[in-house]
Design a protein around this ligand. Sequence first.
Ligand SMILES: C[S@@+](CC[C@H](N)C(=O)[O-])C[C@H]1O[C@@H](n2cnc3c(N)ncnc32)[C@H](O)[C@@H]1O
Length: 198
Amino acid sequence: MTAPSSDARLFLREFVRSPLTTAAVLPSSPALAAAMTAPIAAMAESVVPVVVELGPGTGAFTGAIRRQLAGRGRHLAIELSDVMADVLTARYPEVDVVRTDANDLCQVLADRDLPAADAVVSGLPWAAYSGPLIRTIAGSLAPNGTFTQFAYTWSRWAPPARRLLAGLRAAFDEVEVSRTVWRNVPPAVVYLARGPKS
Ligand SMILES: C[S@@+](CC[C@H](N)C(=O)[O-])C[C@H]1O[C@@H](n2cnc3c(N)ncnc32)[C@H](O)[C@@H]1O
């Protein structure tokens, strides 16, 4: 399924309004969503997972997460843009959409009496990582938890992208970089981080 053209128009409008936080002119593709949410599919059936999306936008990964969860666990989505959050809430009323900054992740979990997240799936742009966010994410994960973040291949060698990868390697025991997902505009790779360091 491709993104509805209304989503593409909304992304473009949000990009013009706030290019650094939107950082894309199109939502991600189903192929990238499958790669980003693969760790949730791999979770044991017995786990009642807590999944947190950061920067969900119009929900490019949300539907894939819903399918992987198949009614289990908790699904939170933290989105800064009210316009994106409105679309997401209308489209996925069963998802707990929180209108705040991803840096508030620990508080969002604490407000819900959730001790940790089992998976954090991030569509955030580089700009969101200028502060301590990677440490915050690592600190919010359960010991077996996973963190996925995508990066457009054309920008992987730019300083902010290299800083993000170095930050992940400092905060996690293991960081895998996927093959290029060509069926996305633009093509992207997925960073999968495991083993948050305490
Ligand atoms: C590149 S878009 C990705 C949207 C969607 N995940 C996708 O892949 O199509 C980035 C999203 O992150 C949101 N965002 C940017 N900075 C944020 C922050 N600090 N906290 C929460 N959301 C943020 C933007 O509003 C936007 O919806």
